[in-house]
Design a protein around this ligand. Structure first.
Ligand code: ADP
Ligand code: MG
Length: 384
């Protein structure tokens, strides 16, 4: 977590006073990719990196905000017409607007914030930012908004003020995170369950390929269309099937001749991935991290060969992980770039990272980034 003293000093310099401190984390997703829009499950966890903010009511109708890491300041009102231009400030503005839409009354405040979630790496720095403000304003103004609604406020901020049509997972994980646990979220019913995650003797490390997800949005729409086409074919025989979540392998085989080879592969991946996640949860409940790791490799294979959302850099990183004997490794997020998430035995950590740091630049001419993460608690107020 970012140093509270830095934020405190900046806040004091900017506003000449002190306020209350809040923190909201970024997140990882251990397994369960492209399952959300198919009504399946995801398995995120909050991490030990996030957004730290200091905040205090200022007695005006203005928000005065200082982004410490960017050394940028913004001042804006709270009506729809007052939307600020800086992208970081729009997250704060959006959260305030979404709270107001739900009947919460927010008054002007001063804030300074700083985070250590890498931006745009797939660890959801934006959700950390939104959740931090949603949680802080709810607490500070005694609005009584429940945690689920706080997550939805963050999601609606992305939709309505930042142009990102995201699901609920990132904000949900940031708000609901719990140390030593992942959260199995049913993306259809939104029911959730904490699953123990305390991998003694292992470390979780992300390797950032530093490839940007440029192909992602058009490919994403195509993948969704494939899933819908297979559901339509299956539903002719099994009208109860509304999403791939409801289908199984036998149903898919029945329609093999009626769907394209490509659509078949896409659905095969999704049906297997939903099952892999459930199997991984069983293994976690038994503390069997080797099986969890096998499932992660299974996800990578499926994303690369069946769903076809990997890329050369990510496949290369996955190959190094296998060669080093890493327990589990897979591309994390939608694909086409970003990080691999790796479950690595303590004694293999150094040889693995050393090999990544020598072989990746050799092949791609640039260094990957390494982020160690530990699963931590969700949004909270920091007492002194
Ligand atoms: P991510 O995958 O990390 O969520 P996004 O593009 O969704 O990437 O969100 C990144 C945006 O969130 C940044 O452009 C910025 O507006 C805001 N942001 C994240 N972290 C910070 C920070 N430490 N300081 C200021 N703004 C931040
Ligand atoms: Mg984001």
């Amino acid at each position: 977590m970012k140093n509270k003293e830095i934020v405190k000093a900046k806040f004091e310099k900017q506003f000449g006073t002190t306020g209350a401190f809040y923190f909201s984390p970024g997140r990882i997703n251990l397994i369960g990719e492209h399952t959300d829009y198919n009504g399946g499950f995801v398995l995120p966890g909050a991490i030990d990196k996030g957004m730290l903010l200091e905040i205090r009511e200022n007695g005006t109708d203005l928000i005065r905000a200082y982004a410490v890491d960017l050394d940028e300041y913004a001042e804006f009102g709270m009506e729809e017409k007052d939307a600020p231009s800086q992208s970081w400030a729009r997250y704060i503005f959006g959260v305030v607007r979404e709270i107001e839409k739900r009947g919460g009354k927010v008054r002007g405040f001063d804030t300074a914030f700083s985070g250590d979630v890498p931006l745009g790496a797939g660890l959801s720095s934006s959700a950390a930012l939104e959740s931090a403000f949603a949680f802080a304003l709810n607490d500070m103004y005694h609005l009584g908004i429940d945690k689920f609604e706080l997550a939805k406020i963050g999601q609606a901020t992305e939709h309505n003020y930042c142009g990102v049509k995201c699901g609920i997972m990132d904000q949900f994980a940031s708000v609901f995170g719990k140390k030593g646990h992942l959260i199995r979220l049913d993306c259809r019913s939104l029911e959730y369950e904490y699953v123990p995650f305390d991998p003694k003797g292992y470390r979780v490390v992300l390797v950032d390929s530093v490839v940007k997800h440029e192909l992602a949005s058009s490919a994403y729409n195509k993948r969704r269309e494939s899933c819908e086409a297979v559901v339509a074919a299956i539903a002719k025989r099994h009208p109860e099937v509304k999403l791939l979540r409801d289908a199984n392998r036998a149903m898919l085989d029945e329609v093999a001749a009626e769907v394209s080879q490509e659509d078949f592969m896409r659905a095969e991946y999704v049906i297997e991935e939903i099952q892999r996640l459930l199997d991984a949860c069983d293994a976690l409940n038994k503390g069997d991290y080797e099986t969890v790791g096998e499932k992660m490799f299974g996800t990578h294979y499926g994303m690369s060969q069946l769903y076809e959302v990997s890329c050369e850099e990510l496949d290369f990183l996955n190959g190094i992980a296998r060669e080093c004997g890493v327990t589990g490794s897979r591309v994390m997020g939608g694909g086409f770039g970003g990080c691999t998430i790796n479950l690595v035995k303590d004694e293999l950590y150094k040889p693995f990272i050393d090999m990544v740091q020598s072989r990746f630049p050799e092949k791609f001419g640039r260094a990957p980034k390494i982020y160690d993460v530990v699963i931590g608690d969700g949004s909270r107020k920091l007492e002194d």
